[in-house]
Each structure stands twice: as C-alpha cells, then as structure tokens.
Design a protein around this ligand. Structure first.
Ligand SMILES: [Zn+2]
Length: 593
C-alpha cells in the first residue's frame, strides 16, 4: 500500500521549497525567483533557481529539477520513501508506515546492526591472544593503543567462518550477513567470512554508524592488499569519506585529503584531526560536493611519486569548478644513502620528521595555480627553444582558463618570467587563446541552433519525442493546466492520445487528482517519476506560457494532439499523402470557424 496522497500533499505543503533548499544552498532573490549555486553540479555563477510560486527548483546548468521531495532524494541520496521520512521528520509529521517501506528500512537497520556487531567482534578478537599478529602490525605502523581503539581497529581471524558463526549465534541470518557485506556464499552452498587474516578498519559514516569496512592484509600473506566491503544498502564507496565523522569537528581551517586509510590514523595521532581519505577509490564529483559541505579549503596530500602526482593532477581537474579552494601539499623529495629518490607518503614523513615539519609543509602548501605552473616547469626543458615553446603553449592554456584577470596577470607573469619572455607578450597570447575559445563555443552553439528539432527535444535520450509537433502541444497543455487546473474540465483529450508516455502519464495523474478534488501540482508527483523524468517535466513547466487567452491556446494544443494521434492510428499505406490530406482537413476546419 503506497503512502496516502493526502499525507504527501500535506507534507509538500509543509515543506516550503525555499526553506528545504535553503538548508543546503545559499539563495538570493533575483526577479521572481531565488538563485544560488547548484548543489548538483560544480559552478561558480548561480544557475540554480527556486520558484516559491510553483514550489519547484530548476538548474539551467545541469538541467536537474523537481519539488522538495525530489530535492531531498537527490541531495541526500535517498529513496523516495526515505525522502518522505526525512521531510516528515523535518516537518514534525508522522509517516503512516506501509509494508514495503518497513521492509527496506528493516534491511538497512539490520545491515547496520550486523556491521556494528562485526566491528565489536573484530576489535575483541584483536585484543585477545589470537590477535597478536595484528597487534604487532599496528605497533609496527606506530599506532598507539589509544588511537587503535578510537578508530575501532580490529582483526579478522585466519579462519573460514568464525565471524559468520559468531553472528548467526547472535541471531543474524546468513542472508543478512551476505547483504551486509560481511559474508560471501561459496560455490557448494556454504557461507564464508568475507574478510580473513586482516587488519580491519571500520568505516563510520557522519551519523556515527558503522556502515562497512576497509582492511589490510597482514604482511607476508598472499591476497589483495586492501579490501573494502562490497557496495551494500549502507556502504556506498563513491560517497563515503573515511574519518569524516571525526574530521567534521576539526577546529582547523581546512581538510587534508590523503591516499591511505592507515595514514589517516597516524596523522590524526600526530595532531592532524582534519585528515580524511576516500575508500581507496579515485575522488569523484560526489565526494567533492560532500567535502564542500564541511570545509571551504581542501589540501591535497598525495604520495610524492609519479603515481601520486598523476592522481593530484586528475583530482585538480575534478575540483576545478568545485565550491572549494584547493591547495596542494607537496612532500619534499627524500633520497636514500645512494642518492636515489625515495617514495614518501605523509605517514612516512610525519614519522621521520615529526608533526612540526608536516605543519610547515601544510602552511607552505601551494595554491593550485602555483602547483600547476610548477609542475609544467618541472617537466619542461627550458634550455632549448622548442622546450620553451612547448612550456609556453601549456602555460598559456593553464593561465587562460583562470577566470580572474588578476590571477591571469599574476600567474602569467610568473610563467613568462620562467620562460624568459615579457609579461606583455604572454598576456597577448593568453588573450588570443581566450578569444579563440569563446569563438569556438559560439560556433558550437550556432550549430546546435541550426537543428531546431533537436533543440525542441528533451535532453535525456530516453525521453525524446517521437512526434515533436505533438510533443510540444502536449507540453503546452500541461503548462496551462498547472497554471489553471479548472482548464482540465475543458481538456477534451485523453492521456492515450499523448505521443510522449511521460507527458501522457503526467496529464493522467493530474487529471485524476483534479477529479478527486486533490491539488493539481507537480511536486507531489515525485514518487511517480524517475529523477530524469521529473527534471524534464520541470523543464517543460518552466517554458513561458501565459494564462491570458488560455482557453484558445488549450483548444489549439488539443487539436494538434488529436490530429497527430489520429495519424498514428491511420493505416500505414500512402502515409505521406494521407497525412497531408488530414492536415488539410484540419486546416479547413480551423479556417471555417
Ligand atoms: Zn546544476
């Protein structure tokens, strides 16, 4: 049984879109709407708008749109029922629970409980006599018992199914353990522990729940060195940031992102309680958005080898437009006795040189532009003309992408000086490069405008109209009835005559609501459409339409829909001729009126 419509309507009415969005996005009034930086894509100028009248949001950059429920679904990565629950809690309302939701919620809670019980088991096991090897490894990494406990470290036994036995004895079913990512089903029907002979690091989300594990194989054993929980109902690798549960409370002005999870612990122990890491995966735009909710400045501190530098470059690319300022902490080069460069990670560095030295590097960490130009310089051969030209070409591009003219001058001069040319001629090159970029962007836009049928199509490929003429008229009908629901009484067209399944469905749902006496509005339909469909409906809704002469407009739109529907039903012989005749007949009727 779905959540009752009345409840959803009241929830939507009590969750003002501007307030819901305002908890995440700083909004400023401009014209009829409120504007802010889009939380779903990275941007520096606001293209995200919120309409209090229509109770919808819409981003002109990435195209996302919807009502309060959709917003919470996207923002908090929640399912529809969970978003309802989230908003209900906020509005002080109690959700009438239904069987389907209850089941999903129970599964989630059981997965959390199982992971918590597993973390307890691993921790106890580590402290027992059998956990000696793991304790030795922890000591070798110079993690104090206090911090081992603080981070909940544990040991996975060198046995096939010790955890599985332990937790099934506590009342968890084998299926629940598999769902929680703690056990795996073997080929012959048996169920085994997922983690064996490993140092276990519980992953705790920002609410303080153990959602899964990352782990390290003990030295000298064969197998994958690092192993994470698989993605489960509560463990989503691409959205988790290790130690953010601690780091979010830091008094330091920034967060430091390192590569290794164990490095995070040793750095916290050294007094850097602002250090976090991803779950051994590359940083994603999702991660960047989550981080930007907790800090204004992110310091990247990757290993100082070639791989670390490559990762830094890539991450800078992802963070280019993030709502975060980024600095790069480069560890100084170290050499062995024979003078060969040594790979150095922040863990090694702090142990060798102490927290003060790390603090110094942190304070001296370069802004990302300095870092970029330094990297270009390091890779350039400035002793030959070709080398200098190559450096200048890349430097012009790097500087050209900077949005602030002051930054362009500052870093332009720096690059020019390094290559031994005048700042003025470098600036000229940059200006030329930027002009070319603008021109190319304009050309691209013009090309798109030359294909009008494409510009009238919804962005998402799955939603494209098979019949553009009818599709546009269907959009018009929806816009009009949302402006004035009483028009539904005059809308002499059936949803089946709509050519676009999504628009037809929206029409049917709104018509049903009107007939039942419910409010005719889009935000309450969040549960009926996918996020893409909802964004598309919002896009449709926000095209201009006036309520004046609405009756006439409605009649015209409906005429088009019915004609095109009639053509689709007509036999497929001599299509073109038939179509022409039918359109002429329509035209004659219009003229005759
Ligand atoms: Zn956007």
């Amino acid at each position: 049984m779905p959540i009752p419509e009345q409840f959803i309507d009241e929830l939507v009415a009590r969750s003002d879109i501007a307030e819901v969005v305002g908890e995440y996005v700083h909004l400023t009034p401009k014209g009829a709407n409120l504007w802010g930086l889009c939380p779903f894509h990275t941007e520096k100028t606001p293209s995200f708008s919120v309409s209090r009248d229509k109770q919808i949001y819409k981003c002109f950059g990435c195209g996302k749109g919807g009502g309060a429920i959709n917003f919470v679904m996207e923002m908090e990565h929640l399912s529809y029922p969970d978003a309802i629950r989230h908003l209900a809690k906020r509005a002080g309302m109690e959700v009438p629970e239904t069987a389907g939701n209850e089941e999903g919620r129970k599964k989630y809670h059981r997965a959390l409980e199982a992971n918590k019980a597993a973390a307890r088991f691993y921790h106890e096991y580590m402290r027992s006599s059998q956990g000696e090897k793991v304790r030795e490894y922890i000591a070798q990494r110079r993690i104090s018992p206090k911090f081992a406990t603080r981070f909940g470290l544990g040991a996975a036994p060198d046995e096939w199914d010790m955890l599985t036995k332990e937790l099934t004895a506590k009342g968890f079913s084998k299926m629940e353990l598999i769902d929680a990512g703690l056990a795996v089903a073997g080929k012959n029907g048996g169920v085994y522990d997922k983690f064996r002979s490993r140092l276990m690091l519980p992953v705790i989300d920002i609410r303080g729940d153990v959602v899964g594990f990352t782990s390290r194989l003990l030295p000298g054993l064969e197998g994958a060195k690092y192993l994470n929980s698989p993605d489960t109902v509560c463990f989503k690798k691409g959205q988790l940031i290790y130690a953010l549960n601690f780091a979010k409370a830091t008094k330091r002005p920034n967060l430091i992102l390192v590569e290794g999870n164990i490095d995070v612990i040793t750095l916290h122990q050294a007094g850097f309680d602002n250090v976090v890491a991803t779950m051994g995966t590359a940083l994603t735009a999702d991660h960047a958005r989550i981080l930007s909710r907790y800090t204004k400045e992110l310091v990247l501190c990757y290993d100082n080898d070639a791989a670390g530098k490559k990762s830094t470059e890539r991450v800078l690319g992802i963070l280019k437009n993030a709502d975060l300022s980024v600095r790069v902490l480069q560890l100084p080069n170290a050499y062995d006795a024979e003078g060969n460069p040594l790979k150095q990670d922040p863990d090694d560095f702090v142990k060798k040189f102490g927290p003060e030295a790390f603090e110094k590097c942190l304070n001296g960490s370069a802004g990302q532009n300095d870092y970029r130009i330094d990297t270009l310089l390091q890779g350039a051969d400035l002793s030959t003309d070709e080398g200098r030209m190559e450096f200048l070409r890349s430097a012009v591009e790097t500087v050209g992408t900077l949005q602030s003219p002051i930054e362009r001058e500052l870093y332009g001069n720096k690059a020019a000086q390094a290559a031994g040319i005048s700042g003025a001629s470098f600036a000229q090159e940059v200006a030329r490069w930027r002009k070319r970029q603008t021109w190319q962007a304009k050309k691209k836009e013009q090309r798109q405008n030359l294909t009008p049928t494409m510009t009238h199509q919804p962005k998402s490929r799955e939603l494209r109209y098979e019949n553009v003429r009818s599709g546009l008229a269907e959009e018009g009908v929806l816009r009009l009835i949302l402006l004035d629901p009483t028009l539904l009484d005059k809308a002499n067209v059936s949803p089946e005559q709509f050519s676009s399944p999504t628009l037809g469905k929206a029409f049917r749902l709104l018509k049903d609501r009107h007939e039942r006496g419910s409010s005719v509005q889009l935000p309450a339909l969040a549960g009926e459409f996918t996020p893409d469909e909802m964004s598309f409906l919002v896009e449709t809704l926000s095209k201009p339409e006036t309520a004046s002469r609405a009756d006439e407009a409605l009649t015209d739109y409906i005429k088009v829909i019915r004609t095109e529907a009639g053509l689709r039903q007509a036999p497929k012989s001599g299509d073109a001729l038939l179509e022409l005749r039918q359109r002429q007949r329509e035209k004659a009727m219009e003229d005759g009126q």
